[in-house]
Design a protein around this ligand. Structure first.
Ligand code: ZN
Length: 141
């Protein structure tokens, strides 16, 4: 028996990890889970836009072990490369007229995630994008 155990790479928390709840159907789009979460906690109804403001993307970065993006209103949310759309529950993307904003991720988010191991404390799991290495992946409906 080997004394060496392979330590799995730390997986930085994504929106599907952070916002998913048992009541949510498996096919609920990842970017809409934050909206459902917010609606249930605040007893409000939020829109599901059918357009995207491609001119105002938000940048994904890693903060304390989570992929997050900031809104112009100073709110922030956990995001995912699996569904790189952003709708702020607080201002409903006022700067974009209520449309989705694309989330720009690095070319290989898993590569970033793999640079952190299990022993790294959350507060030390941070990464900021290189503006020259961003991927535009518009999955707008
Ligand atoms: Zn906002």
């Amino acid at each position: 028996m080997s004394m060496v155990e392979l330590r799995p790479a730390r997986r930085v928390v994504r929106a599907e990890d952070f916002y998913s709840r048992p009541h949510m159907p498996a096919d609920m789009p990842v970017a809409e889970r934050v909206l459902d979460y917010w609606e249930r906690h605040n007893r409000v109804q939020l829109p599901r836009p059918d357009q995207t403001d491609v001119l105002r993307p938000v940048l994904a970065y890693v903060n304390h072990g989570r992929w997050v993006a900031d809104c112009d209103c100073n709110s922030a949310q956990v995001v995912s490369p699996a569904d790189p759309r952003f709708l702020c529950p607080e201002c409903v993307n006022a700067v974009s007229g209520g449309r989705w904003r694309p989330v720009l991720f690095p070319a290989d988010p898993a590569e970033i995630e793999a640079t952190f191991d299990e022993a790294t404390p959350d507060r030390q799991i941070n990464w900021h994008p290189d503006p020259n290495n961003l991927v535009f992946n518009d999955r707008a409906p």
